[in-house]
Design a binder for this molecule. Structure first.
Ligand code: ZN
Length: 487
């Protein structure tokens, strides 16, 4: 990894491997060989309390060589892009696979590396805007975030990632995927004596262009953040009792991620992750049978929403990504497992075999995991609640290793009394157990309440891999949930 000034980036970043030539140059007797090249440039522009804090671009470029020998995959990565270094990496991967094949968990064939040819390009309207324009937006947003004397800290951030991956294999795969990822990050922290409250806008990472940082749009969001943070300082504490819970789609992001996504990763169910990320309360026998949630719960693996953070054409095994129902009408149908896990478990899966970069082997990951919209308007949801609470934006989370019992906290909440939103309360939390919680899903919001969210911070694997995930959801109503206050 190199830290460079923008002038020197173009020179190095412009270098493109000839993967075909690199593959031809490899001199080993493997049953299958694949090369996956990843080039990524990540730019951070951060303003904290009107001072520039970060203004840099990080470049990362390397290649993973993957081989199949005696039914065992071996991996070796290098950031030396010479043909000789790639051939040496292939020899190392071969030795590793040959030695490991004496202890294989499962004898794989190249059927788990399907032939794929094609291209994927993420959508964007504006590839670039002048740097001074972006900085002006960030500084102005920071001023708006600090719109009250009660705001003690404000941060404005733009994270812009350009990523290109190219894949080639000995069974005819040849595809490339180009992504532009943008992540806004705005937060205001308000303080009054020993009361501290925070509001943020950080989980709206998308595949898009610089249009996301259009000034008017950013400033209006920051105005709300500042107002909410100050409002929370004088709000009552969230009550502790059972009541109906309405979750904004920005909290549904975390709810789906933790209590569905991780629980349904097939490698976790098989025990691969028990040392680090954990296991799952879901068993292989549950697929096709388990009533995960109420009849109106429909969860999809969906790589087809172009702006969603983890949309792509192919996963890192070369499997073409398609939309699939994971849970339909409340019944668990399919796991989040790539081709290797599908063979090992005999469970239907999806194209989610993914690595975080060139120097990691792919494993089963969430990508876009969404709750499909229903038919209730936001007003219909609120007016149906006699006594309840409407929570927005995750603040804290805790869930056990089996992804069963959880408690989550939000930044901002409003009480609902006799079908009306009444007053704002601070420090809202709720706790439940995964399947009873999803079975208490009573109303699902319509398309007007549906929003797309994403985060680059899903961690799993040894050594750790942080990957991008997307979650889109409507506003939802859950019946009779344990609510409690407290920071
Ligand atoms: Zn995660």
């Amino acid at each position: 990894m190199l830290i460079l000034t923008s002038a020197s980036i173009k020179k190095i970043y412009g270098k493109i491997m000839n993967l075909k030539k690199a593959l031809e140059n490899i001199n080993i007797q493997a049953d299958w060989i694949g090369l996956r090249e990843v080039k990524e440039s990540t730019t951070y522009r951060i303003i904290r309390d009107l001072n520039p804090e970060s203004n840099n671009t990080v470049l990362d470029h390397g290649i993973m060589v993957e081989v199949l020998v005696n039914g065992q995959f071996g991996y070796f990565a290098t950031n030396n892009m010479s043909y000789d270094a790639i051939n040496q990496a292939a020899k190392n991967a071969y030795t590793q696979a040959l030695n490991a094949s004496k202890y294989s968990l499962y004898p794989f064939t190249k059927s788990v590396r399907p032939k794929s040819v094609g291209k994927y390009q993420s959508p964007y309207q504006k590839k670039n805007i002048p740097l001074d324009e972006l900085m002006e937006t960030l500084i102005n947003s920071n001023k708006v975030l600090r719109g009250s004397k009660k705001i003690v800290s404000a941060i404005s951030m733009a994270r812009i990632v350009d990523m290109e991956m190219n894949f080639i294999s000995t069974n005819g795969s040849e595809f490339s995927q180009n992504f532009m990822y943008v992540g806004p990050g705005f937060r205001a922290i308000a303080q009054d004596g020993n009361i501290v409250q925070s509001r943020s806008y950080t989980d709206q990472c998308m595949q898009a262009g610089m249009e996301v940082f259009e000034q008017e749009r950013v400033l209006s969001k920051c105005e709300t953040i500042c107002k909410d943070a100050v409002e929370l300082l004088s709000a009552d504490e969230c009550p502790t009792e059972k009541m109906d819970l309405v979750l904004h789609s920005d909290q549904m992001l975390l709810q789906i991620h933790e209590s569905i996504g991780h629980a349904l990763e097939v490698d976790r169910i098989l025990g691969d992750e028990r040392n680090y990320a954990g296991w799952s309360f879901v068993n292989l026998e549950d697929f096709g049978k388990l009533k995960y949630g109420s009849d109106i719960m429909n969860i999809t693996f969906d790589p087809t929403i172009p702006e969603e953070f983890a949309s792509y054409g192919f996963d890192d095994s070369g499997l073409k990504a398609t939309k699939e129902f994971i849970i339909k009408d409340g019944v668990l149908l399919r796991g989040l497992g790539g081709l290797e896990s599908q063979e090992r478990s005999n469970i239907d899966g999806v194209a989610n075999f993914r690595a975080c970069s060139w120097n990691r082997a792919p494993i089963d990951r969430m990508a876009n995991l969404n709750l499909e919209p229903g038919d209730s308007s936001f007003d219909e949801i609120i007016s149906s609640v006699e006594k309840g609470i409407y929570m927005q934006t995750n603040r804290s989370w805790s869930i056990d290793d089996f992804r069963n019992k959880f408690q989550f906290g939000c930044e901002y909440a409003q009480l609902i009394e006799n079908g009306q939103i009444t007053k704002t309360v601070k420090n809202p939390n709720y706790r439940a157990v995964s399947t009873p919680f999803w079975n208490s899903l009573k109303m699902v919001g319509n398309q007007d309440t549906f929003d797309v969210y994403g985060t680059p911070y899903c961690g799993k694997g040894e050594p750790n891999q942080g990957v991008r995930v997307g979650h889109a959801s409507p506003t939802c109503l859950f019946n009779n949930i344990e609510i409690f206050g407290g920071a």
